[in-house]
Design a binder for this molecule. Structure first.
Ligand code: ADP
Ligand code: MG
Length: 360
């Protein structure tokens, strides 16, 4: 704690307490108390993010963009950067670890699983509001902190290279599932290349535990963990958010009721900038993201678990099987999911008008 105190003192003269905060898997996060306030202190994981300066520049760009909008209508807080006493956004300690401080969003909690339809509605609202607030920010102003992230054809190519060299026995279910459905990996990238889907600002990791719920109202008031924000397709975020929120286990199934609640509130927000093509590519995105993650888990298993942390050697194989089963459940429900999307599209906007930006 002495070292931690010395680090916290880079951001505040007097520190009264430091306690671990949350259960994030990437950064080390602490709550720091001073006589007058509280703030979040985080050590950025520089193995995952080799350019922390770019992450901070992206966060600053986001905060400035949202600060221009009418405060009362924003309804979603982004943690503000707190500088060191000598006015830097980052502090590098003697071991070259990178530290930052963020404003603490109080009276909130993060959740690990959806427990009510209300939670799903809130997640959809928050992701949609986030995309909408940033829909008029030029994505090219942001650094790409994770090149290749969500480029599914790239993951498939890497899988083929690894598969040929791995000493581990092939898992028949995974290998056959990949062969059967590998034709879907280009769905989003080719739509992007044809200009049907455009680059926008994405969160990159919109899992449920990166939304902060107000403890009393149970409404989401903040979206955090903005290290993966970058130019991309909002479809990656939607697919990923639905993948994580609609994955019911025992047996693995894609929960259509949660999907309906989440998409409905997402589209109420996103319709402000969504085009016909954006609607059209929702189903391909919902199907692709679990397939892509399955390929990544299975490849990592074949490579000896280099990227995803494991507590036992076959954990990434089991994770891959779980994602492929989820993908299979999505494909079984294809007509119901597509029916839901067109119903929501018609309800949200009976007559489609040209896309417009959020100018709140
Ligand atoms: P990781 O990348 O490790 O997931 P996060 O930025 O998501 O790190 O932070 C981990 C946890 O710390 C969050 O799930 C949340 O509970 C808490 N947390 C992080 N930032 C804040 C903040 N600004 N205000 C309140 N709680 C926060
Ligand atoms: Mg997190």
């Amino acid at each position: 704690m002495n070292t931690l105190h010395a680090i916290a003192n880079q951001f505040a003269h007097t520190v009264t307490a430091i306690t671990p905060l949350g259960n994030g898997l990437i950064n080390d996060t602490y709550l720091v108390e001073t006589p007058s306030s509280r703030f979040v202190l985080q050590r950025i994981n520089c193995t995952v993010f080799p350019a922390p300066e770019q992450i901070m520049a992206n966060l600053d760009t986001l905060n400035r963009h949202i600060a221009q909008k009418d405060g009362a209508s924003v309804k979603l807080q982004i943690p503000e950067i707190l500088k060191t006493l000598d006015n830097s956004s980052l502090y590098r300690d003697q071991s070259s670890n990178c530290w930052r401080a963020l404003r603490f969003i109080g009276h909130t909690e993060s959740k690990e699983a959806i427990s009510t339809d209300g939670d799903a509605e809130q997640a959809g609202f928050a992701l949609g509001r986030f995309h909408r607030l940033l829909s008029d920010l030029d994505p090219q102003l942001l650094h790409d902190t994770l090149p290749g992230f969500h480029i599914a054809p790239g993951y498939l190519k890497h899988y083929h290279q690894v598969m040929q060299q791995s000493d581990l026995p092939t898992d028949r279910y995974c290998a056959e599932f990949i062969v059967l459905f590998q034709h879907i990996v280009d769905d989003l990238e080719s739509a992007k290349q044809q200009g049907l889907l455009s680059l926008r600002v994405i969160h990159g990791d919109p899992k449920l535990n990166n939304f902060l719920f107000d403890k009393h109202t149970h409404k989401i008031v903040s979206i955090i963990d903005l290290d993966t924000v970058k130019p991309g397709l909002v479809h990656y975020d939607i697919g990923d958010c639905l993948r994580s929120c609609c994955h019911s286990t025992g047996p693995v199934e894609f929960d259509l009721a949660i999907c309906a609640a989440l998409l409905k509130s997402y589209l109420t927000e996103a319709d402000a900038f969504f085009t016909e093509h954006d609607y059209h590519y929702l189903y391909p995105a919902i199907r692709l993201i679990p397939f892509e993650l399955g390929i990544r888990f299975y490849t990592d298993y074949l490579e000896g678990n280099r990227y995803f942390k494991v507590t036992e050697p076959e954990q990434n194989l089991q994770r891959a099987i779980g994602q492929f089963r989820l993908c299979a459940s999505i494909m079984t429900q294809e007509s119901a999911i597509k029916g839901l999307i067109s119903q929501l599209q018609n309800n949200v906007k009976p007559t489609k008008t040209p896309a417009r930006n959020c100018r709140e």
